[in-house]
Design a protein around this ligand. Structure first.
Ligand code: ADP
Ligand code: ASP
Ligand code: MG
Length: 814
C-alpha cells in the first residue's frame, strides 16, 4: 500500500489535476490512498472571508464569490459534461453551507476557532470531492472517503491533537471493507469524538497523509508538491539551492521545524517508529528523483545537509540580579509560556544565569510579554528582575545535519561567514543533539545570510561577487567592458561569478537584483532613476547582498567621502580615486582600520601607476618582513607624456592640450602639472610603507610659473602656458645642454618625501622611460643596492580599468 499526498499547487487548477491523475494512474500498488490539499490559495481565501465576515465587512461576499468561481471553473474544465451536473449540484450545496457559516460569523461579529475550523475545512472538502469524481469519471477504480470519519482528534481547534488509537481502529476497519483500489480523501481536516470538524494546523495535509501511512503500515509515503524535493535551502530565496537526494528523518524534521515549509513538521512522527520511507516529489517534474527520507543513512560523513530559516521571530529576555542562583526561575518562565500555548522555538541561557532568552513566533509576542511580566510581578516590583525585554523583527537561521557533531569548526565557519557579511547575530543555540546550530539575526539580513551560508557550505566551487559601480566615464566604461569579456573565463577558471548589480553616473542609477546585462548597461542606465551618492548607498544597503563591492571610478571628493559607510556595512571598496587615500592621515587610517574591523577589503592599486602592481608589491614586501628604505619614482604618466613629447619644435601649451585630449591628464590638467597628483601618489606609497605622512609634509619644487599655478580654470591655465612658453623652452634647452632629459620625479627617503622636475642623465634608470610609462624603484633592506623595479604603462583608461579588475579578483580570492 502507498499513500500519495498532493499539495495546493498540485491541485490548483484543472490542468494540474490532470497531471495528478496521471501520477495516480501510474501506481501499481494494490491499495493507494490519495490525500489532497485545498486548491492552491483557497485556504487563505477562506480564512480571509471568515475574518472579513467577523468584522462585519460585507466584502467577504466577494471573497466567497472568488472561492466559488475557482471551484466551478475547475469542474467545468476538468469533468466531462455528462458527469458535470451531479458534481456541480453537490459542490453548490456545499458552497451554500459555507455561505451560511460565513453569514453566521457576520451576524455574531466573530469567528471562534471552532467556527473557523469548520469554515476552512471546505477547502479540502471541495477539492477532494471534485477530484474523486474526476477519477471516477475517468474510469479509475476510486472512491471518496470523508477524512472526518477516519481521523479523530481532541477539540483543540486550529491545531487538534490526534487520537491515534481511535484513528487506527477506524482506518483499519475502513480498509478492511473498501473494495476500490484508490481511496481519495481530504488532507488537513479531521473531527473530534463529538463529531465537530477540526483541523491539524496550517500545512497539515502532509500530516494527514503521514497518519494514514503510519496507522495502515504503508510501504511508502509520497508527498507530491511544487518543488523537486527538500532543498539545501528554500529554493525561492537561494537560487543555487539543490534538492537533497537522501536525508534522515531527524534531519528532515529539524529542517522543517526551522522553516522548510515543504514538509509540515509533525509529519515524520507517525511514520518514524515504523520506518516507513517518505519521498518528496515534484508533480510537475515527476522524472526528477526528489528527496528520500529514511533512517539515518548518511554514513559517508556529509556534515551540513541543509539550511533553513524561520521568519517573524521575537526574542524575549528575562534578566536581573535576582536570577543568579535562584532555582525555579526558568521553570516558571517556561511554564507560563507553555500554559498559554506559546511554543518556544529556541532557548539560550547565559552560564551566569543572569539572563534567559527565548525565541518565539512574533504573533505571540504581546501576549507572552504580558503573561511573563504578570508571572514575575513580585520580583519586578522589588527590582530583582527587569520587565521582560522584547526584540522584534528577527529571524532564525539554522544549519542542520546528523553528522555535524563529529566535525569541529562548523559553528566557527558559520559565524565567520555571517560576520564577514556584516550579519549581526543576536543569539545562538546549538541543539543538544548537535544536529543543528541556529542563530537569531535581523529579518532583513535573512536573504543575505542564507545565500552566504549556502555558498560557504554547499557551493565550494563558485563564489558570487556583487558589484556596485559608481562612475562610467573613460575608466568605468572600459571596466564594465572588461568584466563582460571575462565573465566566462572567471567562472570557468577562477570559480568567480561576478555580477554588476548597480551602476550609477552623476545623473542616473540603475539596479537589477539578478545582475545587469552588461551588453545593455548604457541603455538601462540612461533610463534609470535619478542618482546621487547617498541615494546609491541607501539602495546598496537595502539590497543587502553578500560579497558586495563598491567600485569608485570617479574623481569625486563627495564619492570618496562615502567609503566609510560602505566599509561599516562590510561592503568592500575598490577605487581608482586617489582623494581618500591622499586625504588627512587620520581619514586614511580610519578607512584602513574599518576595512580590518569589518572584514571588508579596501583596495586602491590604481591610485599609483594605474594597472601596475605597485601597491600590492609594496604590501607583500612589508608583510614578508622587508623594510622600505628609499623610493624613487616617475609616477605621472601625464607629465612623462608631456616631457617626452615636448621639444624646441613644439609648444608646451600644445603638448599639454594633446595630453588632456588623449585622456593622459586629469580633467583639470593643473592637478598633474602642479605636481599635486604626484604628491598624492608618493604620499600613498609612503603611507603604505608604514609612515605617517600628510600632504603638507611633502616638498614640492614647482616648475610652473606662479601665474599658471594661480589660475582658477582650464582656459586661464592654458592661456598662461601660452604666455610663458619661453620659460618652458628654457627648461628644455638646459636639459639638452646637460645631455639630459626632463623627468618629473618623486622621492621618499628617511621618512621625507619630495617631488619636482629633474634633469635625468643618460646613465640613470629613468632616462629611457617612454610615452606615459611609470617607473618605481624600491630600495629595501633586501634590495639595498639593486632596487626592485616596476615599470610600464602608468596611465590610460584601459590599464586603469584592468587594475581595478585585478583588485576585484584579489577580493574574490580573499
Ligand atoms: P504544498 O502546497 O505542496 O504542501 P508548500 O507550499 O507547503 O507546498 O511547500 C512547498 C514550498 O516549500 C516550496 O515551494 C518552497 O517555496 C518552500 N520551501 C521552503 N524551504 C524549502 C526547502 N528547504 N526545500 C524545498 N522547499 C522549501
Ligand atoms: N490547505 C491547508 C493549508 O493551506 C493544508 C495544506 O495544504 O497542507 O494550510
Ligand atoms: Mg505544504
Amino acid at each position: 500500500m502507498k499513500v500519495l499526498k498532493f499539495g495546493g499547487t498540485s491541485v490548483a487548477n484543472a490542468e494540474n489535476i490532470s497531471q495528478v491523475k496521471n501520477i495516480v494512474s501510474n501506481t501499481k500498488d494494490d491499495k493507494v490512498i490519495v490525500v489532497l490539499s485545498a486548491l492552491g490559495g483557497i485556504t487563505d481565501l477562506l480564512l480571509q472571508a471568515a475574518d472579513l465576515a467577523s468584522k462585519e465587512d460585507n466584502t467577504y461576499k466577494k471573497t466567497l464569490a472568488e472561492i466559488e468561481n475557482r471551484h466551478l471553473l475547475t469542474i467545468k474544465e476538468l469533468i466531462p459534461i455528462t458527469a458535470q451536473s451531479k458534481v456541480l449540484s453537490k459542490v453548490k450545496s456545499e458552497l451554500n453551507g459555507l455561505e451560511t457559516l460565513l453569514e453566521g460569523a457576520y451576524s455574531i461579529s466573530e469567528t471562534t476557532l471552532k467556527l473557523s475550523d469548520k469554515i476552512v475545512s471546505y477547502g479540502e472538502l471541495l477539492s477532494s470531492h471534485i477530484i474523486s469524481e474526476f477519477f471516477i469519471a475517468e474510469k479509475m477504480d476510486a472512491v471518496y472517503k470523508d477524512s472526518r470519519e477516519l481521523i479523530k482528534t481532541n477539540e483543540t481547534y486550529g491545531r487538534a491533537v490526534v487520537d491515534f488509537e481511535l484513528t487506527h481502529d477506524r482506518c483499519r476497519d475502513f480498509m478492511a471493507e473498501v473494495s476500490q483500489r484508490i481511496v481519495v480523501m481530504a488532507g488537513f481536516i479531521a473531527s473530534s469524538i463529538k463529531g465537530n470538524t477540526t483541523t491539524l494546523g496550517r500545512g497539515g495535509s502532509d500530516y494527514t497523509a503521514a497518519i494514514m501511512a503510519g496507522v495502515l503500515n504503508a510501504d511508502l509515503l509520497e508527498i507530491w508538491t511544487d518543488v523537486s524535493g527538500m532543498y539545501t535551502a528554500n529554493p525561492k530565496i537561494v537560487k543555487q539551492a539543490k534538492a537533497i537526494e537522501h536525508i534522515s528523518y531527524e534531519e528532515a524534521m529539524e529542517l522543517s521545524h526551522f522553516g522548510a515549509k515543504v514538509l509540515y513538521p509533525p509529519t515524520i512522527q507517525p511514520i518514524l517508529a515504523k520506518g516507513i520511507s517518505i519521498v518528496i516529489k515534484n508533480t510537475f517534474r515527476p522524472q526528477d528523483p526528489g528527496t528520500l527520507i529514511t533512517k539515518n543513512q548518511n554514513k559517508e560523513g556529509k556534515t551540513v545537509r541543509g539550511i533553513s530559516h524561520v521568519e517573524h521571530i521575537v526574542l524575549l529576555s528575562l534578566e536581573g540580579p535576582g536570577m543568579v542562583g535562584v532555582p525555579g526561575i526558568s521553570k516558571r518562565f517556561f511554564e507560563v509560556l507553555s500554559l498559554a500555548d506559546i511554543s518556544v522555538v529556541l532557548i539560550t541561557q547565559a552560564s551566569s544565569e543572569h539572563s534567559i532568552c527565548v525565541g518565539i513566533s512574533a504573533e505571540n509576542a504581546k501576549k507572552a510579554a504580558s503573561i511573563v511580566n504578570e508571572a514575575f510581578e513580585y520580583e519586578i516590583s522589588l527590582g530583582k528582575i527587569k520587565p521582560v525585554i522584547v526584540e522584534k523583527d528577527l529571524a532564525i537561521i539554522a544549519l542542520v545535519g546528523d553528522n555535524m557533531k563529529s566535525h569541529q569548526g562548523l559553528s566557527g565557519k558559520m559565524f565567520s561567514t555571517l560576520g564577514k557579511n556584516n550579519v549581526n547575530i543576536r543569539a545562538i543555540a546549538q541543539g543538544a543533539s548537535e544536529r543543528n546550530i541556529s542563530a537569531v539575526i535581523t529579518r532583513e539580513d535573512v536573504k543575505k545570510a542564507l545565500n552566504a551560508l549556502h555558498e560557504e557550505f554547499f557551493e565550494e566551487n563558485i563564489k558570487q561577487m556583487n558589484l556596485f559601480v559608481m562612475g562610467v566615464g573613460n575608466v568605468g566604461s572600459k571596466f564594465l567592458a572588461q568584466i563582460q569579456g571575462q565573465e566566462k573565463y572567471l567562472r570557468d577558471h577562477l570559480k568567480l561569478n561576478i555580477r554588476v548589480i548597480g551602476i550609477s553616473n552623476s545623473r542616473t542609477m540603475v539596479f537589477m537584483e539578478n545582475g545587469i546585462p552588461l551588453q545593455d548597461w548604457e541603455e538601462l542606465l540612461g533610463a534609470g532613476e535619478k542618482a546621487d551618492a547617498s541615494a546609491f548607498i541607501e539602495r546598496v544597503g537595502k539590497l543587502n547582498f553578500r560579497n558586495s563591492i563598491f567600485v569608485d571610478n570617479t574623481a569625486s571628493e563627495v564619492v570618496s567621502e562615502t567609503y566609510a559607510t560602505y566599509l561599516e556595512k562590510s561592503i568592500s571598496v575598490v577605487t581608482c580615486n586617489k582623494i581618500a587615500c591622499a586625504s588627512a592621515y587620520k581619514n586614511y587610517r580610519r578607512l584602513k582600520d574599518l576595512a580590518r574591523e569589518y572584514n571588508a577589503p579596501f583596495l586602491f592599486e590604481t591610485n599609483v601607476g594605474a594597472g601596475l602592481p605597485i601597491i600590492d608589491t609594496l604590501k607583500n614586501l612589508i608583510a614578508s618582513g622587508d623594510k622600505i628604505l628609499n623610493i624613487q619614482a616617475v609616477l605621472s604618466g601625464s607629465l612623462n607624456f608631456v616631457f617626452n613629447n615636448f621639444n624646441d619644435q613644439t609648444s608646451f601649451h600644445d603638448i599639454v592640450k594633446q595630453a588632456q585630449e588623449e585622456g593622459y591628464t586629469e580633467p583639470d590638467p593643473k592637478i598633474d602639472l602642479s605636481g599635486i597628483d604626484v604628491m598624492r601618489k608618493i604620499l600613498i606609497l609612503a603611507r603604505e610603507s608604514g609612515y605617517q605622512l600628510d600632504i603638507d609634509d611633502i616638498e614640492n619644487k614647482p616648475f610652473l610659473p606662479q601665474e599658471s599655478l594661480n589660475t582658477t580654470n582650464n582656459d586661464a591655465f592654458f592661456a598662461s602656458l601660452e604666455k610663458h612658453e619661453a620659460s618652458f623652452q628654457d627648461l628644455y634647452k638646459r636639459a639638452v645642454e646637460d645631455d639630459a632629459k626632463l623627468k618629473y620625479v618623486a622621492q621618499f627617503k628617511d621618512g621625507k618625501a619630495s617631488v619636482g622636475l629633474e634633469r635625468i642623465p643618460k646613465t640613470h634608470d629613468f632616462y629611457n622611460l617612454e610615452g606615459s610609462d611609470n617607473i618605481v624603484l624600491f630600495y629595501t633592506e633586501r634590495y639595498p643596492n639593486q632596487p626592485m623595479i616596476i615599470k610600464g604603462a602608468g596611465a590610460g583608461a584601459e590599464v586603469t580599468a584592468s587594475g581595478i579588475f585585478a583588485d576585484i579578483i584579489r577580493i574574490g580570492n580573499f
